[in-house]
Design a binder for this molecule. Structure first.
Ligand code: ATP
Ligand code: MG
Ligand code: MG
Ligand code: MG
Length: 476
């Protein structure tokens, strides 16, 4: 089943069940805690928080999401994209646990002939929050799931809140067993690769205080109006229904791998390290284009820095595949063609998008050549001195003078068999930031928010918080 059909069926199912169809919000929302929208619920936050009365009792959306916190997983697990689409259904004080479970079950296991996804019910497992007996009873009754395929989990995995006093509640996640050739028995608590999480249901029922129920503290009350917030990963459902091995081989992502094969003359599937590079390229090309589509340009701060990091990692990965010519413009075209049916603005804005990626690549290729020389010399000197760790000031110089993101230096160092004095690098970064801040204050051109983002990026390397995970979980 093609991705387009998967999203269509999701929307159709929930519109038929009285949900208002709401378009995806931009990846960029005005929220100081969030670099990029990372879950379907983000645009509905004011309704969940009771700040604005919801204009409808039920809604459904296919939300563009970026999770740069997952960047290190990309290409290595089967299931993590930096850009993905989260399909969701939302109830604002309307139906609750029973309705949410019923809808999810019917759509996931409903026959493909009648609008469902047709997953084999015998291969579905679910998790629930440790003391959510109500959810267990509903899964038994509605889905007929045997007790051993319902697993209890603690707050870190199966309790959701926003990290501050306000709404919270237990979650229930739906998993598909990919089979014994993909890992250990024992359900999702034993192996999240074999058992693939496809859908998360959040039952917003509690009022949490200063202390989070995530950490075992009881909630301080229950919400007067209970809400439902769910998120189903379109790419994950797509990879299962398309019979491919991972989210990078689905109909909307794989075409970039094919283009990278043409450029490199290497074949996807022939070598593990190369395969990871192919997948990184395909994933990042898509997130790069989608992020630029929503108005971000590469820079050294905040969102622009994330974008720069993604684009430069593509170029770097292509070089490791033996490609030295410019690739970004061509990859962007492939992404546009794959994504345009759902995001027609990619076609109308393509000239702008293409200009941005081409300029960034040109700049990077120039510095890469110069920086690689410095890097090689530093590696040779370190090894000659019997060291195994690249000095922090070298990493800083590469960053500061040659625009090497730290992750690039880390990656190259690790390929050369060295570690990097990251702490030394970070304290030099910190000093530089303090200098810049003092300078900005002097000239009254301070830019508070961006430096906050930058600090977050440098420590956590990702976009933060919200959605279903708190800062700690995202940063992991
Ligand atoms: P995982 O445990 O696999 O990292 P998650 O629990 O962090 O996933 P949620 O925050 O519950 O994910 O998001 C809801 C749904 O969005 C998930 O059930 C999954 O289908 C999808 N999803 C989450 N992160 C990604 C990602 N990086 N790439 C693709 N799909 C994702
Ligand atoms: Mg999970
Ligand atoms: Mg989850
Ligand atoms: Mg996750």
């Amino acid at each position: 089943m093609q991705t387009h059909e998967i999203t269509r069926r999701f929307t159709e199912h929930f519109v038929n069940a009285g949900h208002t169809r709401v378009p995806s919000a931009s990846l960029i929302l005005d929220d100081p805690n969030l670099l990029f929208v990372n879950a379907g619920m983000v645009q509905f936050k004011p309704y969940f928080l009771g700040q604005v009365p919801p204009p409808y009792p039920r809604a459904t959306s296919i939300q563009k999401c970026v999770r740069t916190g997952d960047i290190d997983e990309v290409g290595k697990t089967t299931r993590h994209n930096t850009f993905f689409q989260m399909a969701g259904n939302f109830s604002f004080g309307d139906y609750f646990k029973e309705g949410a479970i019923e809808h999810a079950w019917n759509l996931v296991t409903g026959s493909q002939d009648t609008g469902g996804y047709g997953f084999d019910p015998d291969r579905i497992w679910v998790t629930v929050y440790q003391d959510d007996d109500e959810a267990i009873a509903l899964w038994r009754r509605i889905a007929g799931l045997p007790e051993e395929r319902i697993q209890r989990r603690g707050g870190d995995d199966n309790y959701w809140d926003m990290g501050v006093p306000g709404p919270g509640g237990p979650c229930s996640e739906i998993y598909f067993d990919r089979g014994p050739e993909h890992g250990r028995e024992g359900g999702p608590v034993a192996d999240e690769d074999r058992y693939l999480e496809i859908w998360n249901l959040v039952f917003m029922q509690d009022e949490r205080g200063e202390l989070s129920p995530k950490k075992g503290h009881p909630p301080i009350g229950s919400l007067p109006k209970k809400n439902i917030d769910t998120g189903m990963g379109i790419e994950r459902v797509a990879y299962l229904l398309q019979g491919v091995d991972n989210v990078y081989e689905t109909d909307l992502v794989r075409p970039v791998i094919a283009r990278a094969e043409e450029f490199s003359g290497r074949r996807y599937g022939a070598n593990h390290d190369d395969d990871v590079r192919f997948r990184v390229i395909a994933d990042h090309a898509r997130s790069g284009v989608m992020i630029i589509g929503d108005g971000v340009t590469p820079s050294n701060e905040g969102r622009g820095y994330v974008l720069r990091r993604l684009l430069r990692r593509i170029v770097r990965s292509a070089r490791l595949l033996g490609v030295h010519e410019p690739v970004l413009g061509s990859f962007a075209e492939v992404v546009r063609d794959a994504m345009a049916p759902s995001y027609p603005e990619l076609v109308t804005d393509f000239e702008r998008i293409s200009a941005v990626v081409r300029a960034e690549e040109e700049a990077f290729l120039a510095t890469l050549t110069a920086g690689s020389r410095i890097f090689d010399t530093a590696v040779a000197a370190t090894k000659q001195a019997g060291g195994s760790r690249l000095a922090g000031d070298k990493a800083f110089q590469l960053h500061d003078t040659y625009g090497f993101p730290i992750d690039l230096t880390l990656e190259m160092a690790s390929e050369a068999g060295l570690t990097v004095d990251e702490q030394g690098f970070r304290s030099l970064m910190e000093e530089q930031r303090a200098r810049a801040k003092a300078d900005a204050a002097k000239h009254k051109v301070g830019h508070g928010d961006a430096s906050v983002y930058r600090a977050v990026l440098d420590t956590a390397g990702g976009s933060e918080f919200l959605g279903y995970t708190d800062l700690a979980a995202e940063a992991r």
